[in-house]
Design a protein around this ligand. Structure first.
Ligand code: CA
Length: 229
């Protein structure tokens, strides 16, 4: 199945996660502090990282930011766990580059669904081999890469899926809610700010083509490959 690294300092929570993930057929490593977690992630490059927010030696967001800063580790999918539901933490979690966010206490069933959804994103889509083009932007679904005039844009699997959905909409606005349910498989009434923070990062990575991703007030986003206004 997949290799999953769990960085969690609460032994009960860590054991429970490992038990369930192993039960689902995954290979699980447990680490109880942030600094060690970063080192293990860098050396083993797991298929998925489940990262607690509050950790000894290095916080979850610090670990996440360090991983995102290195080309070798920047696309490791990260699910961040937190005991605190405050909005600022949620926002910080996404700003550091986490792909998904689960607030404690969470149901193991919900977490397993998020894990499944995240792992599915790395598999080639049914249309693999296909290339999607929008203006100067090219997405290769088989290789899971995006390029601008031949130069690769390093996107996480979540960002790539988001971009793919926008390209496939062919210039039509895609509602935030739809992006949330299709990319993250969240319930339809979940908080759509998840989408906004990922769009923000996607734009930053698209650099000169950032204007391709247009905000459609009150609806969501659309991809409009044209010159900026
Ligand atoms: Ca903790």
């Amino acid at each position: 199945m997949a290799t999953i690294l769990v960085v969690e300092d609460e032994p009960d929570a860590a054991e429970m996660l490992a038990f369930n993930l192993r039960g689902a057929g995954h290979e699980v490593s447990l680490v109880e502090d942030g600094g060690k977690g970063l080192k293990v992630a860098q050396t083993t490059r797991p298929d998925l990282l489940i990262l607690d927010y509050m950790l000894p030696t290095m916080s979850g967001p610090e670990v996440c930011r360090a991983l995102r800063a290195e080309p070798a580790t920047q696309d490791i999918p990260v699910i961040m766990l937190t005991a605190r539901a405050e909005e600022t933490d949620r926002v910080k979690g996404f700003e550091c580059g986490a792909d998904d966010y689960v607030t404690k206490p969470f149901s193991m069933r919900e977490l397993m669904l998020r894990v499944q959804s995240m792992l599915k994103r790395r598999l080639p889509s049914p249309t693999s081999g296909q290339q999607l083009k929008a203006g100067e932007l090219l997405v290769d679904l088989a290789n899971q890469t995006a390029t601008i005039q031949g130069e690769e844009v390093r996107l996480t699997s979540t960002e790539l899926k988001l971009l793919t959905m926008l390209i496939r909409a062919g210039g039509q606005a895609v509602p935030r809610q739809q992006l949330l349910t299709d990319v993250w498989q969240y319930a339809a009434d979940s908080d759509t700010r998840t989408v906004d923070s990922h769009i923000k990062r996607l734009r930053a990575k698209l650099g000169p083509l950032a204007h391709y991703v247009e905000t459609v007030q009150g609806i969501g986003y659309r991809l409009a490959p044209g010159s900026p206004e």
